[in-house]
Design a protein around this ligand. Structure first.
Ligand SMILES: Nc1ncnc2c1ncn2[C@@H]1O[C@H](COP(=O)(O)OP(=O)(O)O)[C@@H](O)[C@H]1O
Ligand SMILES: [Mg+2]
Length: 361
Protein backbone atom coordinates (compact mmCIF):
# COMPACT_ATOMS: atom_id res chain seq x y z
CA UNK A 1 0.00 0.00 0.00
CA UNK A 2 1.32 3.41 -0.97
CA UNK A 3 1.46 5.93 1.86
CA UNK A 4 -0.43 9.15 1.36
CA UNK A 5 1.66 12.10 2.41
CA UNK A 6 0.48 15.69 2.68
CA UNK A 7 3.07 18.44 2.24
CA UNK A 8 2.12 21.57 4.16
CA UNK A 9 4.17 24.61 3.17
CA UNK A 10 4.26 28.36 2.60
CA UNK A 11 2.74 30.13 5.56
CA UNK A 12 2.39 33.61 7.04
CA UNK A 13 6.07 33.89 7.68
CA UNK A 14 9.29 35.61 6.66
CA UNK A 15 10.44 32.16 5.61
CA UNK A 16 7.61 31.63 3.12
CA UNK A 17 9.93 31.35 0.09
CA UNK A 18 12.33 29.07 1.94
CA UNK A 19 9.37 26.83 2.74
CA UNK A 20 8.36 26.66 -0.93
CA UNK A 21 11.89 25.70 -1.97
CA UNK A 22 11.93 23.03 0.71
CA UNK A 23 8.61 21.61 -0.48
CA UNK A 24 9.94 21.47 -4.04
CA UNK A 25 13.08 19.66 -2.86
CA UNK A 26 11.01 17.18 -0.85
CA UNK A 27 8.92 16.32 -3.93
CA UNK A 28 12.17 15.68 -5.78
CA UNK A 29 13.42 13.36 -3.06
CA UNK A 30 10.23 11.36 -2.44
CA UNK A 31 9.85 8.04 -4.17
CA UNK A 32 6.57 8.34 -6.06
CA UNK A 33 6.32 4.54 -6.26
CA UNK A 34 6.03 4.50 -2.48
CA UNK A 35 4.11 7.67 -1.78
CA UNK A 36 1.05 9.49 -3.05
CA UNK A 37 1.85 13.16 -2.58
CA UNK A 38 -0.72 15.86 -1.82
CA UNK A 39 0.33 19.52 -1.69
CA UNK A 40 -1.29 21.95 0.74
CA UNK A 41 -0.21 25.56 0.35
CA UNK A 42 -0.70 28.35 2.88
CA UNK A 43 -0.38 31.72 1.15
CA UNK A 44 1.43 34.78 2.54
CA UNK A 45 -1.99 36.02 3.62
CA UNK A 46 -2.74 32.81 5.50
CA UNK A 47 -5.19 31.39 2.97
CA UNK A 48 -5.10 27.61 2.62
CA UNK A 49 -5.06 26.08 -0.86
CA UNK A 50 -5.29 22.41 -1.60
CA UNK A 51 -3.66 21.24 -4.82
CA UNK A 52 -4.29 18.13 -6.90
CA UNK A 53 -2.28 15.04 -6.12
CA UNK A 54 1.23 15.42 -7.53
CA UNK A 55 2.12 12.73 -10.03
CA UNK A 56 5.79 13.70 -10.32
CA UNK A 57 8.40 15.91 -8.63
CA UNK A 58 7.88 19.63 -9.28
CA UNK A 59 10.50 21.78 -10.98
CA UNK A 60 9.41 25.26 -9.99
CA UNK A 61 7.90 26.71 -6.86
CA UNK A 62 5.14 28.30 -8.97
CA UNK A 63 3.77 24.79 -9.50
CA UNK A 64 3.24 24.60 -5.77
CA UNK A 65 1.33 27.87 -5.42
CA UNK A 66 -1.87 27.13 -7.40
CA UNK A 67 -2.45 30.70 -8.43
CA UNK A 68 -5.29 29.79 -10.76
CA UNK A 69 -8.62 30.52 -9.16
CA UNK A 70 -10.00 26.98 -9.44
CA UNK A 71 -7.57 25.76 -6.83
CA UNK A 72 -8.51 28.30 -4.23
CA UNK A 73 -10.37 26.95 -1.28
CA UNK A 74 -11.00 28.50 2.06
CA UNK A 75 -10.57 26.28 5.08
CA UNK A 76 -13.83 27.26 6.69
CA UNK A 77 -14.06 23.62 7.59
CA UNK A 78 -10.50 22.51 8.12
CA UNK A 79 -11.39 18.93 8.97
CA UNK A 80 -12.79 18.44 5.49
CA UNK A 81 -9.79 20.22 4.11
CA UNK A 82 -7.40 17.76 5.73
CA UNK A 83 -9.29 14.47 5.60
CA UNK A 84 -8.60 12.51 8.74
CA UNK A 85 -8.45 8.82 9.53
CA UNK A 86 -11.91 8.82 11.01
CA UNK A 87 -13.35 9.69 7.66
CA UNK A 88 -13.63 7.59 4.54
CA UNK A 89 -10.60 5.33 4.27
CA UNK A 90 -9.61 6.40 0.77
CA UNK A 91 -9.68 10.06 1.76
CA UNK A 92 -7.24 9.68 4.65
CA UNK A 93 -3.73 11.02 4.64
CA UNK A 94 -1.19 8.80 6.36
CA UNK A 95 1.09 11.60 7.41
CA UNK A 96 1.49 15.36 7.09
CA UNK A 97 4.89 16.93 6.64
CA UNK A 98 4.73 20.51 7.98
CA UNK A 99 7.47 22.44 6.21
CA UNK A 100 6.69 25.72 7.89
CA UNK A 101 9.14 27.82 9.86
CA UNK A 102 8.72 30.49 12.49
CA UNK A 103 5.48 31.61 14.15
CA UNK A 104 2.34 29.79 12.93
CA UNK A 105 4.43 26.87 11.75
CA UNK A 106 7.20 25.95 14.09
CA UNK A 107 5.58 27.18 17.29
CA UNK A 108 3.05 24.44 17.97
CA UNK A 109 -0.02 26.14 16.51
CA UNK A 110 -0.18 24.05 13.35
CA UNK A 111 0.86 21.02 15.38
CA UNK A 112 -2.13 21.64 17.65
CA UNK A 113 -4.44 21.74 14.65
CA UNK A 114 -3.05 18.43 13.41
CA UNK A 115 -3.45 16.90 16.89
CA UNK A 116 -7.09 17.93 17.00
CA UNK A 117 -7.60 16.34 13.59
CA UNK A 118 -5.79 13.23 14.87
CA UNK A 119 -3.47 13.25 11.86
CA UNK A 120 0.05 11.84 12.13
CA UNK A 121 2.61 14.53 11.35
CA UNK A 122 6.34 14.74 11.07
CA UNK A 123 8.39 16.35 13.77
CA UNK A 124 7.82 17.89 17.13
CA UNK A 125 4.53 18.05 18.97
CA UNK A 126 2.80 21.04 20.50
CA UNK A 127 4.82 21.28 23.70
CA UNK A 128 8.29 20.91 22.18
CA UNK A 129 7.44 23.23 19.31
CA UNK A 130 6.12 26.03 21.48
CA UNK A 131 8.77 25.67 24.18
CA UNK A 132 11.44 25.64 21.48
CA UNK A 133 10.04 28.77 19.89
CA UNK A 134 10.22 30.86 23.06
CA UNK A 135 13.89 31.47 23.80
CA UNK A 136 13.19 32.34 27.46
CA UNK A 137 11.16 29.21 28.19
CA UNK A 138 13.68 27.12 26.25
CA UNK A 139 16.63 28.47 28.21
CA UNK A 140 14.85 28.07 31.52
CA UNK A 141 14.23 24.40 30.67
CA UNK A 142 17.86 24.02 29.59
CA UNK A 143 18.89 25.39 32.98
CA UNK A 144 16.73 22.76 34.71
CA UNK A 145 18.44 20.07 32.61
CA UNK A 146 21.80 21.41 33.80
CA UNK A 147 22.94 22.53 30.36
CA UNK A 148 25.66 25.16 30.21
CA UNK A 149 24.61 28.35 28.42
CA UNK A 150 25.43 32.07 28.37
CA UNK A 151 23.93 34.21 31.16
CA UNK A 152 20.75 36.04 30.17
CA UNK A 153 18.17 38.52 31.41
CA UNK A 154 14.59 38.66 30.19
CA UNK A 155 11.62 40.99 30.53
CA UNK A 156 8.37 42.01 28.88
CA UNK A 157 7.46 45.33 27.25
CA UNK A 158 5.50 46.60 30.30
CA UNK A 159 8.47 46.07 32.61
CA UNK A 160 10.77 47.89 30.19
CA UNK A 161 8.35 50.81 29.91
CA UNK A 162 7.89 50.97 33.66
CA UNK A 163 11.46 50.71 34.84
CA UNK A 164 14.02 50.77 32.08
CA UNK A 165 16.73 52.07 34.42
CA UNK A 166 16.68 49.19 36.85
CA UNK A 167 16.49 46.63 34.02
CA UNK A 168 19.57 48.17 32.44
CA UNK A 169 21.22 48.16 35.86
CA UNK A 170 20.46 44.45 36.23
CA UNK A 171 21.90 43.74 32.78
CA UNK A 172 25.06 45.70 33.54
CA UNK A 173 25.43 43.74 36.75
CA UNK A 174 24.65 40.25 35.41
CA UNK A 175 26.09 40.47 31.89
CA UNK A 176 29.25 41.76 30.25
CA UNK A 177 29.39 43.73 27.01
CA UNK A 178 28.68 43.10 24.22
CA UNK A 179 25.19 41.65 24.63
CA UNK A 180 22.75 40.15 22.14
CA UNK A 181 19.20 41.45 22.25
CA UNK A 182 16.52 39.16 20.84
CA UNK A 183 12.75 38.99 20.58
CA UNK A 184 11.86 35.82 22.53
CA UNK A 185 9.65 34.35 19.85
CA UNK A 186 11.18 34.72 16.45
CA UNK A 187 13.69 32.73 14.46
CA UNK A 188 15.94 33.45 11.50
CA UNK A 189 17.77 36.17 13.42
CA UNK A 190 14.88 38.62 12.82
CA UNK A 191 14.97 41.52 15.28
CA UNK A 192 18.27 40.40 16.81
CA UNK A 193 21.09 42.86 17.36
CA UNK A 194 24.35 43.15 19.14
CA UNK A 195 24.89 46.03 21.58
CA UNK A 196 28.18 47.21 23.02
CA UNK A 197 27.01 50.33 24.83
CA UNK A 198 24.04 51.55 26.88
CA UNK A 199 22.78 53.58 23.90
CA UNK A 200 23.02 50.63 21.54
CA UNK A 201 21.28 48.46 24.10
CA UNK A 202 18.32 50.82 24.34
CA UNK A 203 18.02 51.05 20.56
CA UNK A 204 18.31 47.25 20.26
CA UNK A 205 15.58 46.68 22.85
CA UNK A 206 13.27 49.20 21.15
CA UNK A 207 13.83 47.41 17.85
CA UNK A 208 13.27 43.93 19.30
CA UNK A 209 10.06 45.15 20.98
CA UNK A 210 8.61 45.72 17.51
CA UNK A 211 8.65 41.97 17.01
CA UNK A 212 7.66 40.67 20.41
CA UNK A 213 6.48 41.74 23.83
CA UNK A 214 9.05 39.48 25.47
CA UNK A 215 12.77 40.16 25.15
CA UNK A 216 15.85 38.20 26.04
CA UNK A 217 19.25 39.85 26.45
CA UNK A 218 22.22 37.49 26.46
CA UNK A 219 25.84 37.91 27.17
CA UNK A 220 27.79 37.87 23.92
CA UNK A 221 30.32 35.13 23.55
CA UNK A 222 33.26 34.78 21.22
CA UNK A 223 32.99 31.23 20.04
CA UNK A 224 32.58 28.95 17.06
CA UNK A 225 29.05 27.89 16.18
CA UNK A 226 28.74 24.13 15.94
CA UNK A 227 25.50 22.29 15.33
CA UNK A 228 24.25 18.73 15.61
CA UNK A 229 21.23 16.92 14.23
CA UNK A 230 19.08 14.70 16.45
CA UNK A 231 16.73 12.14 14.96
CA UNK A 232 14.31 9.79 16.72
CA UNK A 233 11.49 9.57 19.24
CA UNK A 234 12.20 7.84 22.54
CA UNK A 235 15.72 6.72 21.58
CA UNK A 236 17.11 9.67 19.63
CA UNK A 237 20.42 9.52 17.75
CA UNK A 238 22.92 12.26 16.94
CA UNK A 239 24.58 13.19 13.68
CA UNK A 240 28.17 14.30 13.24
CA UNK A 241 28.75 17.95 14.25
CA UNK A 242 28.91 20.74 11.67
CA UNK A 243 30.30 24.23 12.00
CA UNK A 244 28.78 27.34 10.45
CA UNK A 245 31.16 30.12 9.61
CA UNK A 246 29.24 33.32 9.10
CA UNK A 247 31.31 35.58 6.90
CA UNK A 248 29.75 38.56 8.64
CA UNK A 249 29.78 39.71 12.25
CA UNK A 250 27.08 37.24 13.20
CA UNK A 251 24.75 34.80 11.56
CA UNK A 252 21.94 37.23 10.69
CA UNK A 253 18.96 36.87 8.39
CA UNK A 254 20.90 38.17 5.41
CA UNK A 255 23.70 35.66 5.94
CA UNK A 256 21.24 32.82 6.49
CA UNK A 257 18.92 33.27 3.55
CA UNK A 258 20.18 35.88 1.14
CA UNK A 259 23.94 35.70 0.75
CA UNK A 260 24.06 31.93 0.59
CA UNK A 261 27.79 32.06 1.19
CA UNK A 262 27.91 31.07 4.82
CA UNK A 263 30.50 28.35 5.00
CA UNK A 264 29.56 24.99 6.47
CA UNK A 265 32.25 22.63 7.64
CA UNK A 266 31.03 19.06 8.04
CA UNK A 267 32.18 17.30 10.04
CA UNK A 268 33.29 20.16 12.27
CA UNK A 269 36.87 20.12 13.42
CA UNK A 270 36.28 19.50 17.13
CA UNK A 271 37.89 17.14 19.61
CA UNK A 272 36.27 13.81 20.46
CA UNK A 273 35.55 15.20 23.90
CA UNK A 274 33.73 18.24 22.52
CA UNK A 275 31.74 16.00 20.17
CA UNK A 276 30.78 13.72 23.05
CA UNK A 277 29.68 16.67 25.21
CA UNK A 278 27.64 18.01 22.32
CA UNK A 279 25.96 14.63 21.85
CA UNK A 280 25.11 14.32 25.55
CA UNK A 281 23.79 17.85 25.68
CA UNK A 282 21.83 17.58 22.43
CA UNK A 283 20.05 14.51 23.82
CA UNK A 284 19.42 16.24 27.16
CA UNK A 285 17.95 19.22 25.33
CA UNK A 286 15.83 16.91 23.16
CA UNK A 287 14.48 15.18 26.25
CA UNK A 288 13.87 18.21 28.46
CA UNK A 289 11.74 19.79 25.71
CA UNK A 290 10.05 16.41 25.08
CA UNK A 291 11.00 16.50 21.41
CA UNK A 292 10.10 13.96 18.78
CA UNK A 293 11.20 13.33 15.23
CA UNK A 294 13.99 15.81 14.77
CA UNK A 295 15.79 18.83 16.13
CA UNK A 296 18.95 20.67 15.30
CA UNK A 297 20.86 21.59 18.44
CA UNK A 298 23.09 24.64 18.11
CA UNK A 299 26.13 25.16 20.33
CA UNK A 300 28.86 27.66 20.99
CA UNK A 301 32.33 26.12 21.33
CA UNK A 302 34.93 28.45 22.85
CA UNK A 303 38.66 28.48 22.21
CA UNK A 304 39.03 26.66 25.53
CA UNK A 305 36.67 23.95 24.21
CA UNK A 306 33.89 24.91 26.53
CA UNK A 307 30.53 23.80 25.07
CA UNK A 308 27.46 25.98 25.66
CA UNK A 309 24.06 25.36 24.14
CA UNK A 310 22.59 28.26 22.17
CA UNK A 311 19.25 26.86 21.05
CA UNK A 312 17.40 24.01 19.45
CA UNK A 313 15.42 24.38 16.26
CA UNK A 314 12.38 22.14 16.24
CA UNK A 315 11.86 22.50 12.48
CA UNK A 316 15.35 23.15 11.17
CA UNK A 317 16.01 24.33 7.63
CA UNK A 318 15.27 21.34 5.45
CA UNK A 319 16.40 22.04 1.90
CA UNK A 320 19.01 19.54 0.66
CA UNK A 321 21.59 22.33 1.21
CA UNK A 322 20.55 23.06 4.78
CA UNK A 323 22.69 22.07 7.72
CA UNK A 324 20.35 19.42 9.13
CA UNK A 325 20.06 17.23 6.01
CA UNK A 326 23.76 17.73 5.26
CA UNK A 327 24.71 16.60 8.77
CA UNK A 328 22.74 13.40 8.24
CA UNK A 329 24.18 12.95 4.77
CA UNK A 330 27.63 12.90 6.38
CA UNK A 331 26.35 10.48 9.01
CA UNK A 332 25.22 8.03 6.34
CA UNK A 333 21.54 8.97 5.94
CA UNK A 334 20.80 10.63 2.61
CA UNK A 335 17.98 13.14 2.02
CA UNK A 336 15.47 10.57 0.76
CA UNK A 337 16.26 8.15 3.57
CA UNK A 338 15.97 10.97 6.07
CA UNK A 339 12.45 11.78 4.85
CA UNK A 340 11.52 8.06 4.94
CA UNK A 341 12.75 7.83 8.54
CA UNK A 342 10.86 10.95 9.59
CA UNK A 343 7.68 9.51 8.09
CA UNK A 344 8.18 6.26 10.01
CA UNK A 345 8.85 8.17 13.23
CA UNK A 346 5.69 10.24 12.76
CA UNK A 347 3.57 7.15 12.19
CA UNK A 348 5.18 5.38 15.16
CA UNK A 349 4.46 8.28 17.52
CA UNK A 350 0.89 8.60 16.30
CA UNK A 351 0.28 4.85 16.65
CA UNK A 352 1.63 4.90 20.19
CA UNK A 353 -0.70 7.73 21.08
CA UNK A 354 -3.69 5.76 19.78
CA UNK A 355 -2.99 3.19 22.52
CA UNK A 356 -3.65 5.71 25.27
CA UNK A 357 -6.83 5.42 27.30
CA UNK A 358 -8.98 8.49 27.42
CA UNK A 359 -11.46 7.16 29.92
CA UNK A 360 -11.13 5.56 33.35
CA UNK A 361 -12.02 2.01 32.31
N1 LIG B 1 24.98 35.22 23.05
C1 LIG B 1 25.52 35.28 21.82
N2 LIG B 1 26.86 35.48 21.66
C2 LIG B 1 27.40 35.55 20.42
N3 LIG B 1 26.70 35.44 19.27
C3 LIG B 1 25.38 35.25 19.36
C4 LIG B 1 24.72 35.15 20.65
N4 LIG B 1 23.43 34.95 20.43
C5 LIG B 1 23.25 34.94 19.09
N5 LIG B 1 24.41 35.12 18.45
C6 LIG B 1 24.57 35.17 16.97
O1 LIG B 1 23.31 35.48 16.38
C7 LIG B 1 22.82 34.39 15.60
C8 LIG B 1 21.32 34.25 15.76
O2 LIG B 1 20.98 34.05 17.10
P1 LIG B 1 20.04 32.83 17.55
O3 LIG B 1 19.84 32.93 19.02
O4 LIG B 1 20.60 31.56 17.06
O5 LIG B 1 18.67 33.21 16.87
P2 LIG B 1 17.77 32.50 15.75
O6 LIG B 1 16.72 31.76 16.52
O7 LIG B 1 17.21 33.62 15.01
O8 LIG B 1 18.66 31.58 14.96
C9 LIG B 1 23.62 33.19 16.10
O9 LIG B 1 23.71 32.19 15.11
C10 LIG B 1 24.97 33.82 16.42
O10 LIG B 1 25.71 34.07 15.22
MG1 LIG C 1 19.99 30.22 15.60
Amino acid sequence: MKKRIGLLYGGKSAEHEVSLSTARAVTQALNFDEYDVFPIYITHEGEWRKGEQLMAPVDTIEQLQFNNASNQELPNNISSFLPSHQEKEEAALDVIFPLLHGPNGEDGTVQGLLEVLNLPYIGNGVLASSAGMDKVVMKQLFAIAGLKQVPFVHFIRKEWQKDQESLIGKMEKDLAWPVFVKPANLGSSVGISKASTREELIAAVEMALKYDRKIIVEQGIKAREVEMGVLGNDTPKCSVPGEIKPLKDFYDYQAKYKDGNTAMIIPADVTEEVEQTMQDNAIKAFKVLDCSGLVRADFFVTDEDEVLINEVNTLPGFTPFSMFPLLWQHTGVNYSELIDQLIELAIERHAEKQQLHYTMD
